[in-house]
Design a protein around this ligand. Structure first.
Ligand code: SAM
Length: 212
């Protein structure tokens, strides 16, 4: 899996000084290196633009790497709302999005994502693109909340669904969230309101279209 990802990153992702600076800022701030891979980031940009998405919701910001990739895909006017538990992380992400020229388009809501999601439902917000990339234990609840906030035909993209290959390869070291992701994938694949597929890019990404 690692070899395949290195090949895809190397062949399809150009050098990107802006994103490399985001990764460096994460290290400089003593934060964990868990941004999406370059190919996953590129896929996010392409999906947002292909879908023509205007209102995007991200769950899990870290230092803003995936946020920049999502914002880059917006054609014309649009917004990115990003949910992040840690205020320090949200602050760095906001700085990095501003450096990338997206300050006017992005809003960070800090605190547990489940609380922010509840508030977005109360506020009657709706979105046409979702990216789920936070704590794995809540993925099923995040999925339900995203469906509740989705415009018809919205796209829900979820990261880490292969858990470093451990959901398919019995020889791969088990991750803390291997069993959680196995269960999540079955839920996504069989959800009556979704049409879904899994792409083995990065740490595995599911694409789910909310049925109209
Ligand atoms: N999407 C980011 C990127 O690729 O640039 C990486 C996100 S990182 C894998 C997961 C993030 O989820 C961390 O920044 C973490 O603080 C955040 N997180 C963890 N638990 C959370 C929760 N309950 N609510 C909101 N954010 C949470």
């Amino acid at each position: 899996m690692k070899q395949m990802n290195n090949y895809i990153d190397k062949t399809f992702c150009q050098q990107d000084a802006l994103l490399e600076n985001v990764l460096a800022s994460i290290v400089d701030n003593g934060m964990p290196a868990m941004s999406v891979s370059p190919s996953s980031g590129k896929l996010l940009t392409m999906l947002v633009s292909i879908a023509g998405a205007k209102d995007i919701l991200e769950i899990g910001a870290l230092g803003g790497y995936s946020g920049i990739c999502l914002a880059r895909g917006i054609v014309g006017e649009g917004t990115l709302t990003s949910l992040e538990l840690d205020e320090k992380y949200a602050h760095l992400a906001a700085n990095n999005l501003a450096k990338a020229g997206f300050a006017q388009q992005v809003t960070y809501l800090t605190g547990p994502a489940l609380q922010s999601l509840k508030q977005l439902v109360v506020d009657e917000r709706s979105f046409d693109f979702f990216f789920i990339d936070a704590d794995k234990d809540h993925y099923e609840q995040y999925l339900d909340d995203c469906i509740a906030l989705a415009k018809p035909g919205a796209l829900i993209v979820t990261d880490n669904v292969l858990a470093a290959g451990s959901v398919v390869n019995p020889e791969a070291p088990l991750k803390r969230y291997t069993a959680t992701m196995k269960k999540f994938n079955v839920t996504v694949a069989n959800h009556p309101q979704l049409e879904s597929i899994l792409l083995p890019i990065g740490d595995g990404i599911t694409l789910s279209r909310v049925k109209k």
